[in-house]
Design a protein around this ligand. Structure first.
Ligand code: HEC
Ligand code: HEC
Length: 300
């Protein structure tokens, strides 16, 4: 089994804050941003370099090169998003960082100026972040340790449109955060669960027709950065369908799958799902995600 999946969340959450640059934002915002980035958003799943066993390398958080992609439209590597001025995003303003995360736009200066981010950055989901959460994420990104790490330039093979995600388009309010099902929908949106868990056909993800039905394949030909023995995986049906989905699973079984990568039958689940990061989710947030999953219409 992969060591990557066995690590405790304590190692991930809130490691290595760069105290001096954190001064601009309130400690509460940095802490909240750390929680979001290191749990549900799992930015480090792509942006933190991994050792040969799949473990994120301590001291290199978010410094780029964690995962590389080789898709028909794009070949490239997750960027260095630490505050290093030369190789990271240290020269970007808060608004520029927000535009990258929620619109996929790069600033008009620096490396790859004005070049839109490849759609492997799931901005159609991240745009759902509430203003407070987005501020907190930016405050945290500014507070992490700057790491010098040059990431190879990407190759854009062809432009493909970003597909909107219905719940992100409808948006969420602060009041939604108090309703477990709505909060769960929010967390599942910013965590882009359904991007992976919904079938992709003829260039489109079937959000309206088959939300959560699974069947999307991930393998070493598409994604590099996981251990050499990573067999790849195919996303599963997480709708409320009693047989094909997780309708008959207990809450505890669903939470164990999300946070430990253990299927109902005890089988070990494989990346790319970010179990390692999700293990740091608060119990109430996990409960909210489960409450929302129970409302996803059955599909088989
Ligand atoms: C599925 C993998 C993946 C996840 C998850 C992910 N990113 Fe990215 N990100 C990328 C890739 C790949 C690029 C480079 C895209 C390109 O070169 O066009 C990128 C680029 C960026 C950039 C632009 C940096 C630059 O120098 O141009 C920022 C900022 C960023 N990501 C922030 C984030 C944040 C914050 C999160 C978590 C909310 C996140 N990313 C989650 C893959 C990911
Ligand atoms: C990057 C893609 C990706 C993301 C994001 C993702 N998953 Fe998964 N998930 C998968 C894959 C692939 C599997 C199957 C792994 C395997 O078979 O080894 C899986 C398995 C599961 C399982 C186990 C189902 C079963 O039948 O064993 C559950 C439950 C689950 N995911 C829920 C979620 C939830 C909830 C989220 C969002 C918080 C999420 N996933 C985010 C790709 C993803």
């Amino acid at each position: 089994m992969n060591v990557f999946l066995k690590l405790s969340s304590a190692l991930v959450v809130g490691t290595l804050l760069h105290a001096s640059s954190a001064s601009a934002a309130s400690p509460g915002a940095v802490e909240h941003g750390s929680y979001l980035v290191n749990t549900i958003l799992a930015c480090g799943n792509c942006h933190t370099p991994k050792a040969a066993d799949g473990r994120p390398i301590a001291g290199k958080e978010l410094s780029g090169g964690g995962l590389s992609f080789n898709a028909p439209f794009f070949a490239g590597t997750a960027s260095n998003i630490t505050p290093d001025k030369e190789t990271g995003i240290g020269n970007w303003s808060n608004d520029e960082i927000k535009r990258a995360i929620t619109q996929g736009a790069r600033p008009d200066h620096g490396r790859l100026a004005n070049m839109p981010l490849a759609p492997v950055m799931w901005v159609a989901f991240y745009k759902a972040m509430t203003p407070g959460d987005l501020d907190a994420v930016v405050a945290y990104l500014r507070a992490v340790q700057p790491v010098r790490n040059v990431v190879p330039l990407p190759e854009y093979k062809r432009q493909i449109p970003r597909q909107p995600y219905p719940d992100a388009e409808k948006g969420f309010t602060e009041a939604d955060m108090l309703n477990p099902v709505r909060r769960g929908a929010y967390l599942a949106t910013i965590g882009h669960c359904m991007e992976c868990h919904t079938p992709f056909k003829d260039g489109k993800t079937l959000y309206e027709q088959a939300l959560g039905k699974g069947g999307k394949p991930y393998g070493p030909d598409l994604v590099k950065g996981y251990p050499a023995d990573w067999p790849g995986s195919i996303s599963r049906n997480i709708t409320s369908h009693p047989e094909a989905g997780i309708g008959r699973w207990t809450d505890a079984e669903i939470k164990r799958a999300i946070t430990q990568g253990v299927a109902r039958d005890g089988q070990q689940l494989q990346p790319p799902m970010g179990f390692y990061w999700y293990s740091g989710l608060k119990e109430a947030d996990l409960d909210a995600i489960v409450a929302w999953l129970r409302t996803v219409p059955p599909a088989e």
